[in-house]
Structures are given as structure tokens and as C-alpha cells.
Design a protein around this ligand. Structure first.
Ligand SMILES: C[S@@+](CC[C@H](N)C(=O)[O-])C[C@H]1O[C@@H](n2cnc3c(N)ncnc32)[C@H](O)[C@@H]1O
Length: 200
């Protein structure tokens, strides 16, 4: 009897959950945005999911992040599906004009980089607003929040307050976090544009 390899993923921390959601909602040919490309792990997954005819736009304000992402994409043979932009995600509304099936924000600092260079509510909140407006019906916005670092608590509170006021008729807003870890552990929000979709 032939056995099939089963890849079991550890659900440690929010990122694997975000990836499960992206795998469910991003399809070949889609256009998506990685709003904080960092080391490029989310960008690579998105590039795999959109396939040859899709497009990923990946943004970061740090040159080192864009270089790491470019290297990771090249290694995976996925560079042609991704446009890397040295820009803040608060510029998204000016840079992107097509409906998106997913936008990913992974807040905080660049792992292995300068820990003083973190995402900030002044730019994160306008960027989240733009992302919501770019989501196609049924599209998802994934936000990983890090309340544990200096300033991360304030940013997290601001993001939660923003998300809690979104109209329930229009957006499905979910919070997912591990219960058996510190209250300051990272967690994620998933927000789906629930307008005019054929999703029951
Ligand atoms: C937690 S890291 C992202 C990790 C990444 N998703 C990965 O898979 O490796 C956060 C990133 O946000 C970037 N960042 C901070 N402020 C930004 C802004 N205004 N616009 C875009 N990126 C920003 C940082 O430079 C950093 O690389």
C-alpha cells in the first residue's frame, strides 16, 4: 500500500494560523500585498499561492528587509511574481489601485534587524484603512500584533480599537491568540470584507 506524506504544521504563535487562512483565501491569479515584507517568509508563501499569473506587491521601509526578501524569492524561483517596493505601507493608497484578495501586516521589528525600527500606530492605522478599502469582496486582511515590546502595547491597543469599530455588516473581524501563553504574546486579527460575496 502506498503511503502519502502528511505535513503537520505546528500551530505555535499566530503566523502559522495566518498562513492557514491565506492558503484558504488566496488563489492562483490573485493580487495581494505583503505590507511588511521583513525577511520575506510571508512574501514567499503569497508568491506560491498566487501562481504564475498572480502578483504580490511587497513593501518595507528597510533596504535590508527588501534584500533579504529578494534573496529568499530568488532561492525559491519566485522573483517574477513579486514587485518589491521600498516604501512605507502608509503609501499603499497611492501605489496600489487594484482589488486585492489578501493584505498581510506583520507588525513589530525585523527579526535579526534593528529593534528600534518598529511599526508605529501613526503609520499602521492609515495603512490598515487603505488596505481595507483595497480588499475585494471576500478578501482578507491579516494583522499580526506584538504587544510585548516597547511601543508594541500602544500600537496593539490602537489596532484593536480600530478593528472593534468596523461595521459588522461589512467586515467579519476575528481575533486569534494562544490562551496558555503570556498575555503579552503575539496574536493575529483576521478581517474579511464580507460585502457582496457569494460566501454564505
Ligand atoms: C515583523 S517584521 C515582518 C516579518 C515578515 N513578514 C517576515 O515574514 O519575515 C516587520 C517589518 O515591518 C517593517 N516596517 C516598519 N514600518 C513600516 C512601514 N511604515 N511600512 C512598511 N514596512 C514597515 C520593518 O522594517 C520590518 O521589516
Amino acid at each position: 500500500m502506498q503511503t502519502t506524506a502528511i505535513h503537520r504544521q505546528h500551530l505555535r504563535g499566530p503566523v502559522p494560523l495566518v498562513h492557514l487562512v491565506l492558503k484558504q483565501f488566496v488563489q492562483p491569479g490573485d493580487r495581494v500585498v505583503d505590507a511588511t515584507c521583513g525577511n520575506g517568509k510571508d512574501t514567499v508563501l503569497l508568491a506560491e499561492l498566487v501562481g504564475e499569473n498572480g502578483l504580490v506587491v511587497a513593501l518595507d521601509i528597510q533596504e535590508s528587509a527588501l534584500e533579504r526578501t529578494a534573496a529568499r524569492l530568488q532561492e525559491a524561483g519566485l522573483s517574477r511574481r513579486v514587485t518589491l517596493l521600498a516604501a512605507g505601507h502608509e503609501e499603499m493608497v497611492r501605489l496600489i489601485a487594484v482589488p486585492l484578495s489578501a493584505v498581510v501586516f506583520n507588525l513589530g521589528w525585523l527579526p535579526g534587524g534593528n529593534r528600534q525600527l518598529v511599526t508605529r500606530p501613526e503609520t499602521t492605522l492609515p495603512a490598515l484603512d487603505s488596505a481595507l478599502h483595497l480588499l475585494q469582496p471576500g478578501g482578507v486582511l491579516a494583522i499580526t500584533c506584538y504587544p510585548g515590546h516597547d511601543g508594541g502595547d500602544t500600537e496593539t491597543e490602537a489596532v484593536l480599537a480600530w478593528a472593534a469599530t468596523l461595521p459588522a455588516q461589512q467586515f467579519h473581524v476575528w481575533r486569534m491568540g494562544q490562551l496558555n501563553v503570556s498575555a503579552a504574546a503575539p496574536f493575529c486579527l483576521i478581517i474579511q470584507n464580507g460585502t457582496h460575496t457569494d460566501v454564505p
